[in-house]
Design a protein around this ligand. Structure first.
Ligand SMILES: C[S@@+](CC[C@H](N)C(=O)[O-])C[C@H]1O[C@@H](n2cnc3c(N)ncnc32)[C@H](O)[C@@H]1O
Length: 268
């Protein structure tokens, strides 16, 4: 069995289509995981994955790469609070925000804490989704290590966390209640509509250009007019007008329905 056949069989097994993930990187990661787990070949490894036990769960978490932390890239959150949020709050007093690759929850909870400076918690509704169910389960538990809250401003740490018996930072219900978690595969599931802000950070970097193209088109449909797409620190859309998006800063885009239609070839 080669990588192509493994991708095909793994898609049938898990519903995850590895064809949309950058091949060189993914293949290298999978082959090193096969070796590390003591298997000789793709077919032996696949047979073990078919048992859907802890190896399968660990493999899903490994390939989906759920590294994250509270207040990741603080400069971006400053821009979010000082420039983006005021614009959005002018249009809506209960903005609909979607964190679409939320991993273990640090990102949507960061958003909820920032919003809580301006809105009462009953007005804060954040939808957070991810393909990795184990990550979502951790997000719902909302107990974090010191490392994961390290970059979070002290005002948030002292206000919204309590020390748990197992020496973790446990998020208080006030903020937990602002976020609804859901399983959602960006490559195949339906997207929520009428979003004021879509936060999509540090996941598109793993996808092929074809996958990104499809996702940007779908983001456009999910955003309200003038809605905001917020990407990772170093992520950039090369031809944003192809998706009727206008760049505000390198990592922020706004949906602009006024942009003229351009033939596809002009945008290549
Ligand atoms: C590196 S984390 C990013 C977490 C957070 N957005 C941040 O920037 O800190 C990438 C996340 O993307 C998720 N992911 C990977 N493929 C996905 C897909 N097809 N649909 C939805 N989420 C996906 C992973 O499970 C992982 O939790």
């Amino acid at each position: 069995m080669d990588y192509n056949l493994f991708k095909y069989e793994f898609h049938k097994l898990s519903g995850i289509d590895l064809n949309y993930y950058k091949e060189k990187q993914m293949k290298r990661r999978i082959e090193s995981q096969i070796k590390r787990s003591g298997f000789e070949s793709y077919s032996d490894f696949l047979a073990a994955l078919r048992k859907k036990d802890s190896l399968y769960e660990a493999f899903l978490s490994y390939i989906t790469i759920n590294v994250t932390e509270f207040y990741r890239n603080p400069g971006q959150w400053d821009t979010f609070e000082k420039e983006i949020l005021p614009m959005v709050l002018q249009r809506s007093s209960t903005p609909k925000i979607w964190s679409c690759a939320c991993s273990t929850g640090e990102e949507p909870y960061t958003i909820a804490m920032i919003l809580a400076k301006y809105l009462t918690p009953d007005k804060i509704k954040i939808l957070a989704s991810d393909i990795d169910d184990a990550a979502i389960a951790k997000a719902k538990e909302a107990k974090y290590s010191f490392k994961s809250v390290e970059s979070l401003p002290n005002e948030f740490k002292s206000k919204y966390f309590r020390h748990s018996e197992d020496d973790k930072f446990e998020l208080k219900c006030l903020i937990k209640r602002c976020v609804e978690f859901r399983h959602l595969d960006l490559l195949k599931d339906d997207y929520p509509m009428d979003c004021d802000i879509i936060v999509c950070r540090n996941v598109l970097i793993y996808f092929t250009e074809t996958a990104k193209d499809m996702i940007y088109k779908r983001f456009n449909k999910s955003l309200k007019p003038n809605g905001i797409l917020y990407l990772g620190n170093t992520e950039q859309i090369i031809k944003p007008d192809k998706y009727k998006l206008k760049s505000l800063k390198t990592f922020y885009y706004t949906k602009d329905e006024e942009l003229p239609e351009k033939p596809e070839e002009e945008l290549q």
